[in-house]
Each structure stands twice: as C-alpha cells, then as structure tokens.
Ligand binder design. Sequence first.
Ligand SMILES: Nc1ncnc2c1ncn2[C@@H]1O[C@H](COP(=O)(O)OP(=O)(O)OP(=O)(O)O)[C@@H](O)[C@H]1O
Length: 344
Amino acid sequence: MKVEIRSLVFPLVNSTGCSVIGPVGCRSTNVLGSVQERRLNPMHVLCSSSSTSSSPPHHTAADVGDVARHQALTEVDDGPEVLIECRDVYKAFGEKQILKGASFKVRHGEAVGIIGPSGTGKSTILRIMAGLLAPDKGDVYICGKKRQGLISDEDLSGLRIGLVFQSAALFDSLTVRENVGFMLYEHSNLSDERIAELVTESLAAVGLKGVEERLPSELSGGMKKRVALARAIISDDKPGQTEQELVLYDEPTAGLDPIASTVVEDLIRSVHINGHDARGKPGTITSYVVVTHQHSTIRRAVDRILFLHEGKVVWEGPTAEFETSTNPIVRQFAGGSLQGPIRY
Ligand SMILES: Nc1ncnc2c1ncn2[C@@H]1O[C@H](COP(=O)(O)OP(=O)(O)OP(=O)(O)O)[C@@H](O)[C@H]1O
C-alpha cells in the first residue's frame, strides 16, 4: 500500500486534543478553523551528537531562579546529553501571548512530565518541540543544533521525534496495519511485506496481537492509544541504525479509566530504554515527554516535572519533590485549591 499523503486530511493538535503522530504531509486545521496546507516530513531531525549514558543527571527541585542557576552551572558539561532544548520560547496566537520565555532541556534517558494549569501552553510547547509550530521568538536546539524553521526535508537523520496525541488520531478509513505502518509506507523503500512484519512487531511491543486488519472504529479507546503508541515507536530496520528517539505524549491517559490508564502508563515506561516492552525486549525510546493532568500518570510514568505557568517554567524537579515542594504555585496545583497564585 502506498498512501498519497497529500490527499489525506491530517489534523494537527488543538488544546482539546484532536491530533496526530507527526511524520507526514498534512493539512492542518487550527482551533480557530483556518486551514493551512503544508508538507511535513518524517519527524527526523538532525542530531549530530550521541550519548551512551542512559541515566539522566539528578535535578533538585527548583524555583525559576534555581532553574536559571542550574542551567548556567550545567551548560558546559551537559551539552552532549541534551536531546532537545527550548530556550526562551515565546508564542502568541493573535493577541493572546501564550508562551513567555519558556526554557528547559530534555536529556538522554529522561522521562519528563510537563504539567500546569489549562491553557498555559503545554500542548503548544509540545508542538514547538516537534517542529510543527515555530516559536515567535526564542530557539529550539536539537542535540545542540539550532532548528531553523519547522521540520524540513533536509533534516532527515539523527533524532527521531514522535508525537502521540490525546485522541490517538488514527485515520478512520485505514486499517491498524496501515495506520501503524503509515510512515514506512510513505517514507521508506521497504517492501510491503517487511512493513507488515514491522507493524506486527510494533503492535506486539505494546501488547496487541491480531488486530492488524481492524479499523479504528473496531477498537476500544485504550486499544487506540496503544495503536498510536505502536505508530510512534515503529521504525525501519536499516542495519546499524542508531538514531535516538524522543516521543512526545499529549495527555496519553485522558479519558481512560484508572486501570486502562495504568496500562498505558506502564506501556510508556516499557518502550523507554530503561524498560522492557511487552515482548520482553529492551525499549527503544531514548527519552520522552508527557503532557498530563493525571496524578497517576505523573507518579507512574514521569521522573522529572516541568511546571508551566503563564508561559514559563516556574518549577522543575524530580517527581517525588513535587509532592513536598513549598512553592505556592505547586502547592495550589497539587491540592486543587481555589486559593493561591493561579487564577482562572
Ligand atoms: N492554533 C491556535 N490558534 C489559536 N489559539 C490557539 C491555537 N493553539 C492553541 N491556542 C490557544 O493557546 C492556549 C494554550 O493552548 P494549549 O493547548 O497549549 O494549552 P494547554 O496548556 O495544553 O491546555 P490544556 O491543559 O487545557 O490542554 C489556549 O488558549 C488555546 O486556545
């Protein structure tokens, strides 16, 4: 099967979650309804450095000042470990300034959560990291190399970036096999038979068997999320392929019951390099970032938290320190209180 991507409507994310895994040509619709046609490419971006370390450096909880201090201190020695860095990123939609100087790094081996009040720009920063949206000001560095514009044809090796959005965003008219293998059908020279094998392997990694020929409408919500995960982790089988992979999850457990959420949280862990997938094989995802509101997902799937508020990272630290932080913004958010600095 060859899919003609230009003819497909591929919805990009909005704040309520409709969306895609990124690697395709698409027609994107923003939340205000305007439609832009543009060609996106496989979400592979140049990454010239590599790292063999799988354990991220320890970070202590920090307020904004500490974050700045910490970054200044580690600037020199953490370069090779940083897969992606957002540096002083600004983004407005019309008159509405959403991101106002967001700065943070994601390092090799990390499991990072981005949390914060609704509308604070979490999905927006994810789209900027993915290269689907350009910042108005500020820069995104991929393995130390400044990204120019959006994902482009020239950037085809190194770090792969996958997106898994809230609604799974499967193509309704394509089978599970066609959905999961979409990027390979479109962007590789592999035979259809080989792609089918890779699809089956990828589905097995997320614990799904025998669903290849089903349509998305024949799957439960939890299964759709697994299929979306399988689509994010599939890769071609070039010999010697050493690309690192960063996966960005936008609210991966939204709308799931508590047990189905746990399944997805564990799957996210299992496909990471520190885990073992459903087949017992070591995971392949180098690092991941999860945007979530769910406490269970924060606790179970994330090691370090970035707290985004009013367009900036106002706190970052290990997940355990989130519970005990005395930062008033964090305390209010963690407790769900109406009293405090966060206003709706
Ligand atoms: N393409 C767009 N055009 C106009 N406004 C947008 C666009 N994308 C996002 N916004 C607005 O930017 C703000 C931030 O949206 P975003 O989805 O990043 O927030 P969020 O922190 O992920 O929110 P939530 O937690 O509710 O999902 C919202 O007010 C949203 O309506």
